[in-house]
Design a protein around this ligand. Sequence first.
Ligand code: I3S
Length: 128
Amino acid sequence: RHVLSLVIPPELEKAGPLNKTKVAEGGRKLRKNWSSSWVVLVGNSLMFFKDPKAQTPTSWKPGHSKPESSIDLRGAQLHWVNDMSSRKNVFWLRTVTGNEFLLQSDTETVIREWFSTLHGVIERLERE
Ligand code: I3S
């Protein structure tokens, strides 16, 4: 897959700023620590970059900068949540490895678009 992705880079599906906190690692609950992140969805991978203000939707190119962290969406679960944060517009995402995240935007349309795009990718991966 690595060699192939050098020849045919996976498609950039979506990119933009979101607030993010990890809430569990390998199933173990973590203390929340919200931060703003530049989020990039390419193929099966959701990548988190530092400093959203230094990024634009077109500044991400394969190999140009290294994500702070990256998650594989294959087998991931996604739910809207009301009771996991006092913030509005929050959804929860869990990877197969038991890492759990909350993602949030103050702009409802923004978070809805991310939810629907991620939902679509996760469903597509289930069918593959
Ligand atoms: O679910 P919690 O414990 O109310 O989450 C809040 C805490 O993580 C808090 O940090 P401290 O652990 O230092 O109290 C964060 O600053 C808050 O942002 C968390 O709540 P929200 O509602 O913002 O997710």
